[in-house]
Design a protein around this ligand. Structure first.
Ligand code: NAD
Length: 299
């Protein structure tokens, strides 16, 4: 019998993910705080319910896709929270991007209540969520991973078991630290190349086929021209918004602080994106950080 899934958080990512679960034949009980999100979910075949607890009580699996760790922990706890409402032994899939220590805390709450849980953050953005092509990084017990895999394959195309509880969030934060730093490195190289009289196309043609090659260059190129589909060709409309990169690097900075790892570039990238996202950069693609580098260079 197909499983019933409680889906909590029907925003930019949750909405298309819930739609894909319905398309895969699951009964999806949806809840969000925003009425417009509920209207969209209803139109997509989700059974909208009045509270998260009502969804959790009737479900085999509870999937959360919420903004941040504090929202997840708040939704989980309390007399009317998801944990109290769910049937004993319910599998919780936590797909929001949250701090590694919050993922551990969420997992401990679930275990203490007799439930099971995995962290399963996603990569691929709204486009990936719509196309069911997300990459999903899972932390948790093998048996729970196996049970969740079938569900996750309905919303993503690559589901990777990274290790025990928290390992999915750890993989996510490390990957996005690479991305944040590499976008700055690529942007600095283009600005230096411009100052040295090099065309952007010439630098691209060399670096894309040499040791400077990376996703930030060849897929999300921060200058218009060489990669026609990159956000730079579309006034830096996201894509992956600066606010989300600032959030993810904030989680990386928190993990660096907690582990004592000396990541000079990860820490500096966090500062730069935090400043970038405190202005218009919040709503621009994160590759627009190149404009900050240009402005700083004129001084
Ligand atoms: P969003 O803000 O669009 O959606 C979150 C939804 O959660 C909102 O609709 C909000 O009303 C709802 N919500 C908040 N508290 C709630 C509660 N207590 N009960 C029910 N609903 C509640 O955010 P998003 O872009 O969908 O991102 C969700 C998560 O996925 C975030 O952690 C984000 O970092 C991560 N993520 C986002 C992207 C992206 O490109 N947008 C990519 C990868 C990962």
């Amino acid at each position: 019998m197909a499983k019933t899934i409680a889906f909590i958080g029907l925003g930019h990512m949750g909405s298309p993910m819930a739609r894909n679960l319905v398309a895969a034949g699951y009964t999806v009980l949806g809840f969000d705080l925003v009425p417009a999100a509920l209207d969209q979910a209803r139109a997509d075949g989700v059974t909208v319910v009045a509270t998260g607890a009502e969804a959790a009580a009737a479900a085999d699996v509870v999937l959360t896709m919420l903004p941040a760790g504090e929202h997840v922990l708040a939704a989980y706890q309390g007399a009317d929270g998801l944990i109290a409402a769910a049937k004993p032994g319910t599998l919780f899939i936590e797909s929001s991007t949250i701090a590694v220590d919050d993922a551990h805390a969420a997992h401990a709450l679930l275990l203490a209540a007799g439930h099971r849980g995995i962290d399963a953050p996603v990569s691929g953005g709204v486009v990936g969520a719509e196309a069911a092509s997300l990459t999903i990084m899972v932390g948790g017990e093998e048996a729970d991973f196996t049970e969740a895999s079938k569900i996750l394959q309905a919303v993503g195309k690559r589901v990777v078991h990274c290790g025990g509880p928290g390992a999915g969030q750890a993989a996510k934060v490390c990957n996005n630290m690479i991305l944040g730093v590499s976008m700055i490195a690529v942007s600095e190289a283009f600005v230096l190349g411009e100052a040295l009289g090099l065309t952007n196309q010439a630098l691209f043609d060399v670096a894309a086929n040499a040791s400077g090659q990376c996703w930030a260059l060849t897929t999300n190129c921060p200058v218009p021209g060489p990669v026609p589909t990159s956000p730079a060709n579309n006034d830096y409309r996201p894509g992956f918004a600066g606010a989300l990169m600032a959030k993810d690097l904030g989680l990386a900075a928190r993990a660096l602080e907690q582990t004592g790892v000396a990541a000079d570039l990860g820490s500096r990238a966090e500062e730069l994106y935090r400043r970038f996202a405190s202005g218009p950069g919040a709503d621009e693609d994160f590759s627009a950080i190149i404009n900050v580098i240009r402005e700083n260079s004129r001084r």
